[in-house]
Design a protein around this ligand. Structure first.
Ligand SMILES: [Fe+2]
Length: 164
């Protein structure tokens, strides 16, 4: 498939983030399970619920676009997941694991924020105002999630991790 138009570009981006959100739904469960600190684990649980809503919104966007919801493998998020799994396979202690889980989640938020930020002007350009609004809602949730993760990172008692 060649990608030559705004229509194609939008479709490609939508399928990419649709795939990414599904993968993150799975990974957020792992993050929650692998995190001991209640506050952090519940942030993952909460974001997992939000992610379900984001997927529903994306399906609405596909409908407005007149295409069935399809996934295009998001290599970037797959790469982040692979990196995360490699790290956990090195058997870090719980403190390190909790800290790293936040860091891994933050990385995905940056990707998602960029993805939605890039899709919104395309939807606008295609005259899909309602779709743009839905994407904007997803973007706002990702931004909120990133802020929350940043606060948790700042509040993390880093000296619980041995320096050397
Ligand atoms: Fe998301």
């Amino acid at each position: 498939m060649s990608i030559d138009t705004i229509h194609d570009l939008f479709e490609h981006g939508l399928e990419d983030i649709y795939h990414a959100e599904h993968r993150l739904l799975e990974v957020l469960s792992d993050l929650e399970e692998n995190t001991e600190r209640e506050e952090i684990a519940s942030a993952f649980a909460e974001h997992r619920e939000k992610t379900e809503g984001q997927i529903d919104r994306l399906e609405e966007v596909f409908e407005m676009f007149g295409e069935p919801p399809e996934k295009e493998e998001c290599e970037a998020v797959e790469g982040l997941i692979e990196e995360y799994e490699e790290f956990t396979s090195m058997d870090p202690n719980q403190e390190v694991m909790d800290y790293h889980n936040m860091a891994a989640a933050e990385k995905t938020e940056h990707y998602e924020i960029a993805a939605y930020g890039n899709l919104i002007p395309l939807a606008d350009q295609l005259g899909m105002d309602e779709a743009a609004d839905l994407l904007e809602e997803n973007l706002r949730e990702e931004q909120d999630a990133l802020e929350e993760l940043k606060e948790l990172t700042e509040g993390f008692e880093i000296d619980a991790i041995p320096a050397e």
